[in-house]
Each structure stands twice: as structure tokens, then as C-alpha cells.
Design a protein around this ligand. Sequence first.
Ligand SMILES: [Fe+2]
Length: 206
Amino acid sequence: MDPLLTKLIAHVPLTGSIPQDAKAFLAHHQCLNTIEHSARVAAAAHQLATKYNADPLAASDAGWLHDISAVIPNNERIHYAESWGIDLFPEERRAPMIVHQKLSAYLARSLFHITNPAVLSAIRCHTTLRPGASRLDKIVFLTDKLEWDGAGDSPCKADLEAALQHSIDAAVKWYLSYLWQRRDTLLVIHPWFAAACQEIAANTPD
Ligand SMILES: [Fe+2]
């Protein structure tokens, strides 16, 4: 196994149960807040997937693993991504925090043996979304924002939940517009986020 992976997984006994293994791995690396956030995202994603006819178990697995690369400090994320041959946008090099979505997908496949491309995709774009997003991508993207890891409730929670009463797409559209209007406050404008916003605008009648 790659030495960086070996070091990360050393002394963590894996059982094959994603919730159990994600908790054990994050606890071993002292990422206790991430356990709590991931548990909430997994439960909410399972619920939304059940309601909106997606795969609830896939949603739960993606929820548990979406932030699994929290174990890699921000200032080492570029190094890890390069070592693992992960392609990076210039925007990701300027804001390494965003790289955690790609690193989490890599760890989900390499350490937690996730092979379902739908789960890996939902993890890979959970922060930025992407153009052509699947329903599972959208569910994990939205639940990450609804069950955010900041203090208290997300400032968007009530509006997002109201939009979700209509549909997943209505909630995605609301959130992307909300963020696009505040794009000047973002550290960088990620190309997948920009493309997802353009796609929504192109599909919305004037
Ligand atoms: Fe995340």
C-alpha cells in the first residue's frame, strides 16, 4: 500500500461497516467534530434519498465518508493530492481546503473500498457540486449545507428546507443562486461551482 495511506490507516481496525469504520478512523485522528457532522449528514442524506427515490444506503455511505479527509491538515492537502496523482485546478491550489472533497473520494475508494461510482462522485463534488450532477450528488451537496459544521443552525437552513418542500432541484437552484450572489466573498470561484451555476441559469426560462 502507498506509504501515506499506510500511515493514515495504521492502528485502525476496519470491520467493513462504513459508519463504524468512518467513526473509528476519524476518532483515531481526533476529528471528533467531523464524526458528529458526518453522522448528521449521513442520516439526513438517507432520509432525503428515501423521500426522493435515490439509493438511501449509497447516500448514507457518502454522508459518512464525505469529509473523511479531515484527517489531512489543510497545509498538507496539495502534497497528498499530488502524491496520489489527483488533478488539481489552479483555484484548488489557491484554496487547499476545497481539495478535501477530492481527497475524501480517494480515501473512500482506497481505504474504505467504496467502488460504487455514484457514491464516489457524490463525495467528490459535495462542496462545489458540478455540472451534470446526479440526484445523489445533489442530495449530499444539500445535506452538507443543511447539517453544516459551523456553530448553531446554518443561516440558509430555513430557506433551503422551504425550497426542498418543492424539489431537490429547487433547493439546488436556491442555494447556487444564494452563493453566486455572494461570490465576491468566496476565497475562490471553483470551476465546477461556476459551471453548475451556468447550467442552472441556462435551464431557467427568463
Ligand atoms: Fe466537506
